[in-house]
Design a protein around this ligand. Structure first.
Ligand SMILES: Nc1nc2c(c(=O)[nH]1)N=C([C@H](O)[C@H](O)COP(=O)(O)OP(=O)(O)OP(=O)(O)O)CN2
Length: 203
């Protein structure tokens, strides 16, 4: 079975090397919609794969980092990067070009990582990220599966510590150090993040 949760944000970018001139050479924005598709073969104590509400903590906060922000490829022209950092306090630096395809890979890695360091407390079993869909416009989207996300041949690997959030973005998180803590938990192979337990259990 699959569940789907939708997130939205407004973001600006330039996608280098693409054939569409407007896209490659002009800073422009999109109203993105991101769909997370999660799968499991068993349901939790509430008859759910995973409570939708549990996706509104660190995962929502991290995806929302792209909202009203500019994102750029860390290999873009240093002058352009410096310009963005000077004129937009919200920016995200990524190790890949910000196409819909690469954004879907970035969100896959990011969400998969948060799930990997989270302890579930309501009988959730084998909750797995199936795929991530990034709608760049009403008419165009990219869908990323696990094999795409972790394939370095898809335009380069996505190392967690190469996704960099500006200070202004981190200051808006409930814990400004959350991404550093998540990256460390992955390195230490620990699961320090615990989902809140349900308020009551019917036997
Ligand atoms: N495969 C991809 N192709 C394009 C991407 C992309 O991320 N992946 N991105 C762009 C641009 O960002 C562009 O702004 C979006 O292109 P397009 O869909 O052509 O946008 P329109 O608003 O013109 O779409 P219509 O609905 O057809 O009017 C380019 N290509």
């Amino acid at each position: 079975m699959i569940i789907r949760k939708l997130f939205r944000f407004e973001n600006a970018h330039v996608v280098r090397n693409c054939s569409t001139r407007r896209c490659a050479l002009s800073l422009h924005g999109h109203s993105y919609r991101v769909e997370l598709l999660l799968t499991a073969a068993r349901l939790d104590n509430a008859g759910m794969i995973l409570d939708f509400g549990l996706l509104k903590g660190a995962i929502k906060e991290l995806i929302d980092s792209w909202d009203h922000a500019a994102c750029f490829w860390d290999r873009d022209d240093p002058e352009y990067i410096a310009f963005i950092q000077r004129h937009s306090e919200r920016w995200v630096s990524m190790p890949v070009n910000p196409s819909a395809e690469q954004l879907s890979r970035v969100f896959f890695v990011l969400v998969d990582t948060v799930l990997a360091v989270t302890k579930f407390g309501n009988g959730e079993q084998g909750v797995t990220l199936d795929s991530v869909i990034v709608h760049e416009t009403d008419t165009g989207y990219a869908q990323c599966w696990r094999a795409d996300a972790f394939d370095p041949e898809m335009g380069g690997p996505i190392a967690l510590d190469q996704i960099v959030f500006s200070d202004a973005i981190r200051e808006e998180w409930s814990d400004p150090c959350q991404w550093t803590k998540i990256v460390k938990a992955v390195q230490d192979k620990t699961r320090p993040f615990r989902n809140p337990l349900p308020p009551q259990q019917v036997p």
